[in-house]
Design a protein around this ligand. Structure first.
Ligand SMILES: Nc1ncnc2c1ncn2[C@@H]1O[C@H](COP(=O)(O)OP(=O)(O)O)[C@@H](O)[C@H]1O
Ligand SMILES: [Mg+2]
Length: 254
């Protein structure tokens, strides 16, 4: 009856073309109502996507499922055609760069420079090349003077930029960012937008409350509410639709 069964070819090729494919994902923290109920969407090469939704709507939970830090009760996630599961995680994490909502979760070495060189060194990049690249990234984020200091000596916004540098050092083809502008002033928000727009990545997915900034960096928006993707549309018309955003818990000017 359905188009899926009458034309199975469509759904199969669709899955294999998508960079990120999420099918009927359900995620429940123990003894609670599901935070994510039947989430399905696909992101294709070239997509720059905003993940919007009120505080507590499940944005971070969804992102952590995508990179295999959390395991869904049911449903499936494919990254470039590979099912995300414990045995594929090393392969998945070579492709996907992820920054946590809390940058402290990403910075654990004695110095920022060691944090940024850690990933490349693990993949066998020589110390000299890794350090060169790290210093370049840190300079780009205004952190060259902090390279040999500990993350504790950085402001929240600086820590966020340092965490992003640790990810960019690995040159991921997919970038997933959780609240990247938190703690950044307007000048740094602008700079971060410019950096992200220049990156040669397949897909960027960004969870944020910073609606106007998202409007400059992404083209498409997914809105989470009530455990479901309520909206999947172009971001610009959505940003003009204050009433709909308000109903989804996202008042535009607040
Ligand atoms: N470790 C946890 N244990 C139990 N509930 C959690 C945990 N982490 C988050 N939650 C709950 O899941 C919901 C979604 O949280 P989260 O994904 O962090 O939302 P968002 O990132 O959109 O603010 C919230 O109701 C939150 O309280
Ligand atoms: Mg969050």
């Amino acid at each position: 009856m359905t188009s899926l069964t009458s034309n199975p070819q469509t759904s199969i090729s669709h899955r294999h073309n998508a960079v990120i494919e999420v099918q009927n994902l359900v995620y429940t923290y123990s003894h609670q109502e599901p935070v994510l109920k039947e989430i399905s969407f696909s992101l294709n090469a070239g997509d720059r996507v905003a993940l919007m939704g009120a505080t507590g709507s499940g944005k971070s939970t969804l992102l952590e499922n995508l990179i295999g830090l959390k395991h869904p009760q049911s449903g499936a996630i494919y990254i470039n055609g590979t099912l995300v599961e414990p045995k594929t995680l090393p392969q998945i994490r070579k492709q996907v760069g992820f920054t946590f909502q809390d940058a402290n979760d990403q910075l654990f070495m004695p110095t920022i420079l060691e944090d940024v060189t850690f990933g490349p060194r693990n993949y066998g990049v020589s110390p000299a090349i890794a350090i060169d690249k790290a210093l370049q990234l840190l300079a780009d984020f205004g952190l060259e003077a902090y390279a040999r200091r500990s993350a504790h000596e950085l402001s929240g916004g600086q820590r966020r930029l340092a965490a992003l540098a640790t990810i960019l050092a690995l040159e991921p083809s997919i970038l997933i960012l959780d609240e990247p502008t938190a703690g950044l002033d307007p000048a740094w928000r602008r700079h971060l937008a410019q950096v992200l727009l220049k990156l040669p990545v397949q897909v960027i997915l960004i969870a944020s409350h910073d609606l106007h900034w998202l409007g400059r960096v992404t083209q498409r928006a997914l809105v989470l509410s009530g455990g479901c993707i309520q909206i999947d549309s172009q971001i610009q018309p959505l940003l003009q639709d204050g009433k709909t955003l308000d109903q989804l818990g996202l008042p535009v000017d607040w």
